[in-house]
Ligand binder design. Structure first.
Ligand SMILES: [Zn+2]
Length: 172
């Protein structure tokens, strides 16, 4: 489930995107996989009509297990940015890595989402990587280092998705 403080809008170059409807402080959990999300295995897609498979591949993300997860809410419209304001964690949720202002697009780094194949990025950010691929070991170390201190602050900000997470994960 994506944080409810969002709305869908058309972006200038990436189709639909999700935008914050109020300020979201750094440390806020912004997305949690929940029991209503739809889950597909590779074999589900092999036997499905192509038009359906195309949409699932476009809108779902992939777990390390290989499962495709399709969010039932606006989470499926969250765009990639090479300077994403939320990042995934190894705990099944995503977290704001800096303060997100009301009206700002909420973005994620797809490089951390078990990509099937690299893609060309359109984010136009100064630090755009252009071709988004699986992260290197070095990238993963940087990512963990960025996330750890933010996780430590998560208890001190309001968490609208609190009912969907296990705080034990955060007692580090
Ligand atoms: Zn980019």
């Amino acid at each position: 489930m994506l944080i409810p403080w969002n709305e869908l809008r058309r972006t200038s170059n990436m189709g639909l995107g999700v935008y914050a409807t109020r300020n979201i402080p750094k440390g806020t959990i912004t997305f949690v996989r929940d029991p209503f999300d739809m889950v597909f295995q590779s074999y589900d897609l092999i036997s499905a009509p192509f038009v359906l498979v195309q949409e699932v591949l476009k809108l779902s993300y992939r777990e390390p297990s290989g499962e495709f997860v399709l969010s039932w809410d606006n989470g499926k419209y969250m765009n990639h940015s090479c300077e994403a304001n939320t990042l995934t964690t190894s705990y099944g949720f995503e977290i704001a890595v800096h303060d997100i202002a009301k009206g700002e697009e909420i973005t994620d780094d797809y490089g951390l989402l078990n990509l099937d194949e690299p893609f060309h990025c359109l984010c136009n950010k100064p630090r755009c990587r252009r071709l988004i691929t699986e992260p290197s070991q070095e990238d993963l170390v940087t990512w963990e280092a960025q996330i750890a201190p933010i996780l430590a602050t998560a208890r001190s900000v309001p968490q609208p998705l609190e009912d969907l997470i296990t705080w034990d994960h955060l007692s580090m």
